[in-house]
Ligand binder design. Structure first.
Ligand SMILES: [Fe+2]
Ligand SMILES: [Fe+2]
Length: 392
């Protein structure tokens, strides 16, 4: 994804009456316990999911730390930029879509639509959620450029950090583009409702809560890319099960990109753990406490302000992104960065270390309860599939 965007499983904001740990996993501003969602139009400006400005922490990295990122400039050039794929070697959306210059164009579309007919609506809701999340890339690039010490100061800066951000965005741009064109041709979804959601979402922006702090920002992106890797990988598996091999390949290719991005971001954070373990582990705990949210958490279609929760609930039910995946992402990162082996930490650093190392176990302890609650979920109309009722 694009910032790539995943994180919180839908532990279902409206279904689990939340013990402490569960709250830590839910998205901001859990929707009310409503069962029936009436499609009453609301003004975009009334979106209640925004945090109050007073709650906001900004520029939390001390200015002298900028030197660390300056000093890592050469390291990033040698060790991170290699995870970008040369454009000439990248796949492009056209490679996996009917070819409008070929004589068989109409037949190819017909085949695509025949395969798409076999795929159920709930799968499409998840795929559309992925597509909109990817299509909101401008918001993520903007968010990356709020980070002190690594932002693209000119829009075309030649620093390693800026070079990475732009080229990463350019790679991500193909994801939404391909999914969007596929969905359009499938004839299965309400493109107008989807396009409106994308426009609303880019207008709403994202709120990753990383405090303009690259220590936190790179933790966030590491988490997101791995979560997105899981999600696209799981839609690939489901598409295959539904007999749409072409779509499975598309989702698989996107997952592979996310994996490569994850490697780059986790290596950046790994380096930060090496050069400044105390600040990095504190940033890790801080980011997790803030409940890493999928970048799409401000998603809405102009009338359903719980749309994001509905999308993530369906994704959880289909096994595309679950509380188990969330725990796995956490566990993987803790192990990859060898957080339990960090030494020489301050008291705050040790508390942070303890918090992040024990969290995966605590998440796993509520898995079953979450799954039980999910079984009681209602169905709601989703605009993306012409208001057909979808079980959450
Ligand atoms: Fe990504
Ligand atoms: Fe992506």
């Amino acid at each position: 994804m694009a910032m790539s965007l995943y994180s919180l499983p839908q532990i279902s904001t409206h279904r689990v009456k939340a013990p402490q740990i569960c709250m830590a996993l839910t998205l901001n501003n859990a929707p009310p316990k409503s069962v029936t969602i009436k499609p009453t139009p609301k003004k975009p400006s009334s979106n209640p999911k925004r945090e109050k400005p007073n709650d906001r922490v900004t520029h939390s990295m001390s200015p002298e730390k900028i030197e660390i990122f300056d000093s890592l400039e050469g390291w990033a050039r040698d060790n991170i930029l290699k995870y970008l794929k040369p454009v000439e070697k990248c796949w492009q959306p056209k490679d996996f879509l009917p070819d409008p210059t070929s004589e068989g164009f109409y037949d190819q579309i017909k085949e695509l639509r025949e395969r798409a007919r076999e795929v159920p609506d709930d799968f499409y809701v998840v795929l559309v959620g992925h597509m909109i999340t990817e299509e909101s890339l401008p918001a993520y690039q903007t968010a990356l450029n709020t980070m002190d010490g690594v932002r693209d100061e000119t829009g075309a800066s030649s620093t390693s950090w800026a070079t990475w951000s732009r080229a990463w965005s350019a790679e991500e741009n193909r994801h939404g583009d391909l999914l969007s064109k596929y969905l359009y041709l499938s004839g299965r979804v309400d493109m107008r409702a989807i396009e409106k959601t994308t426009q609303y979402m880019i207008g709403a922006g994202v709120d990753p809560k990383f405090e303009n702090n690259p220590y936190m920002g790179f933790i966030f992106t590491s988490f997101q890319e791995r979560a997105t890797f899981f999600s696209h990988g799981n839609t690939a598996r489901l598409a295959k099960e539904h007999g749409d091999i072409n779509l499975a390949k598309v989702c698989g290719l996107i997952a592979a990109d996310e994996k490569r991005h994850e490697t780059a971001y986790t290596k950046i954070s790994q380096k930060l753990f090496e050069v400044d373990p105390d600040t990095t582990v504190i940033a890790f705990a801080n980011m997790i406490r803030k409940r890493i949210s999928m970048p799409g958490h401000l998603m809405h279609d102009g009338r359903d302000f719980n749309l994001f929760s509905h999308f993530t609930a369906v994704a959880a039910r289909l096994g595309v992104y679950t509380v188990t995946n969330y725990a796995e992402v956490m566990e993987h990162l803790v192990n990859y960065w060898k957080v339990d082996q960090l030494t020489g930490l301050s008291a705050e650093g040790r508390r942070a270390q303890e918090y992040v190392c024990t969290l995966p176990h605590r998440i796993r302890s509520i898995e079953e309860r979450v799954r039980d609650k999910e079984k009681e979920a209602p169905s709601v109309p989703i605009s993306w599939v012409f208001d057909r009722s979808i079980k959450l």
